[in-house]
Design a protein around this ligand. Structure first.
Ligand code: FB9
Length: 497
């Protein structure tokens, strides 16, 4: 029955009722599910003052699944009694019956059966009485028919203790006649159709009033991953600071741009298999700016630009190896080389936020890839002080004001600094990034003018995202085990608060 079919019978019952009706009574009287009656009440309420309905809570007794089964088939103890023939039954056989184990002790305590432990052939069960009255089943049947009032409190509590009967809170409606009560209601139209207008039938129709309180249907839509929400915030911060985003749409990079151009020697441990992912096909890149490549080769093997170099036999084969980029600093190198090709140098502020890949040991906060955030500023005469200043400006926009700088080492920056911030929640200093001034051995072979210095810093996107969204394990944030509901439910991200 749809709730529309319940409306008329409900009104008929209300017409005859003395005072009012409870929706549960109506459901029992009409032998329909209570929710259908609730639906009919709501559609009648939308018609105006046909009825008035007041929500109320009441307690009522409901049979549990086991209670329903016993009401239908009898208690376990009764089933045990009925399974014992006049000549008795071996206890082992009785215990193998479906109700044996559950009903045996109750049947014994009811003195319906007795156990002869010394019987020939082993312990044997005999009936003690001719017949029994299964009161448990009787009481459950009364409760099932809504006659729990006829049960004593102790009976109800005993059945509740045996988890056969539960007392539940039930929300229902007390329904009374409204000021515009009628036993027949005309269906209200929800749409004014062209046919109604052309035929004029709209004159005889009743239209459902607009419900301006109704909430809109939440549209199905896409959802941004928390990482992408935080990336947008970082992008906004960089743009506000006048930075231009670098093109990072190449996960695959040559070792030349990822390492050699950054003056990272070919025997550096970061360049071997256990830290870097190498491609097998295509294994090698084969297009490099020839003159620039020669200058890189020379600065590694012989030195130059005031540097003694690394004095090793630099090999193009090593530089040509294709890898998954280990940092977005490879992109910065490409962009700085392109800047150096300009007729006249112009200062720049670049940033990038994209995936990088490292063949690292995985743990709760580290995967073989992460998103690196990088800022780069190139101008004449930039110093470590400028780097500290721009780091303060950048992190202040993240709401991080207490910074400390610790001397560090990077192959491509000198000096280098690790950046720390005091975490009020953890009551300790935590590393929030790394930074430095690119070495002349990196910048001058590119062709950047003497006197131009480049300061840069980097951090990850995952760490602030995990902190912001209270995620402890990286696998709850990224990867195949991520619950999409986490993505749907993740709130908007504001980094400065
Ligand atoms: O992101 C990091 N920590 C961090 C950052 C922000 C943050 O925000 C809080 C909510 C307010 C919290 C924490 N780190 C760098 C520090 C550590 O997490 C570290 O354990 C992990 N590091 C990654 C590298 O790990 C292999 C983070 C990643 C990182 C480290 C260095 C760089 C980039 C990313 C760099 C660089 C660089 C240096 C010089 C010149 C150019 C780039």
């Amino acid at each position: 029955m749809a709730d529309g079919v319940v409306v008329e019978p409900l009104l008929q019952l209300l017409e005859k009722a003395d005072g009012g009706l409870d929706s549960l009574q109506v459901a029992t009287g009409l032998r329909v599910d209570h929710q259908l009656v609730v639906g009919a009440v709501k559609s009648l309420q939308s018609l105006g003052e046909v009825i008035s309905a007041e929500q109320r809570s009441s307690k009522r007794w409901e049979l549990s699944c086991e209670g329903k089964e016993i009401a239908e088939q009898g208690s376990h103890e009764a089933r045990v009694f009925n399974s014992v023939p006049p000549e008795g039954l071996a206890q082992s056989q009785l215990m193998n019956l479906p109700s044996g184990k559950v009903g045996f002790s109750k049947a014994m305590s009811n003195k319906w059966i007795r156990l002869d432990k010394n019987a020939e052939g082993g312990p044997r069960v005999y009936r003690v009485v001719e017949s029994i009255e299964d009161l448990v089943q009787k009481k459950l049947l009364l409760a099932q028919q809504g006659q729990t009032d006829s049960l004593e409190e102790k009976d109800k509590n005993e059945l509740k203790k045996r988890k056969l009967l539960n007392e539940v809170n039930v929300k229902s409606y007390w329904i009374t006649k409204g000021s515009a009560f009628s036993t027949s209601v005309t269906k209200q139209e929800t749409d004014l159709t062209p046919e109604m207008i052309s035929s004029g039938s709209w004159h005889d129709k009743k239209f459902k009033p607009y419900n301006f309180e109704a909430l809109g249907i939440i549209p199905d839509c896409g959802h941004l991953h928390p990482l992408m929400k935080v990336r947008t915030q970082f992008r906004q911060i960089f743009l506000e600071m006048g930075f231009t985003e670098m093109p990072t749409n190449n996960f695959i990079e040559s070792s030349f741009w990822n390492f050699d151009a950054l003056f990272q020697p070919q025997q550096h441990p970061a360049r071997d298999q256990h830290d870097t992912f190498f491609l097998s096909d295509p294994a090698c890149a084969n297009h490099f700016p020839e003159d620039y490549l020669e200058r890189v080769k020379r600065v590694h093997s012989e030195g130059g630009y005031g540097s003694q170099g690394y004095k090793y036999d630099w090999k193009i084969e090593e530089a040509a190896k294709n890898i998954l980029r280990t940092h977005t600093t490879a992109v910065s190198a490409r962009m700085l080389y392109r800047l150096a090709q300009q007729e006249e140098f112009t200062p720049v502020k670049y940033f990038s936020i994209d995936r990088v890949f490292r063949n690292e040991t995985l743990d709760a906060t580290h995967l073989a890839e992460f998103h690196q955030i990088e800022g780069v500023v190139a101008d004449y005469g930039l110093t470590l002080g400028d780097l500290m200043g721009i780091l303060h400006q950048f992190f202040t926009k993240l709401g991080i004001t207490k910074l400390r700088f610790k001397p560090a080492y990077n192959p491509y920056t000198e000096p280098s600094m690790e950046v720390f911030s005091y975490h009020e929640g953890l009551q300790k200093w935590v590393e929030v990034g790394n930074s430095g001034v690119f070495r002349p051995e990196m910048l001058l072979p590119m062709g950047l003018p003497e006197g131009v210095s480049v300061i840069a810093w980097g951090l990850s996107l995952e760490r602030p995202t995990m902190i912001k969204y209270g995620i402890n394990n990286i696998r709850e944030l990224v990867g195949h085990k991520v619950h999409l509901q986490m993505v749907y439910d993740s709130p908007v991200c504001r980094l400065d608060c």
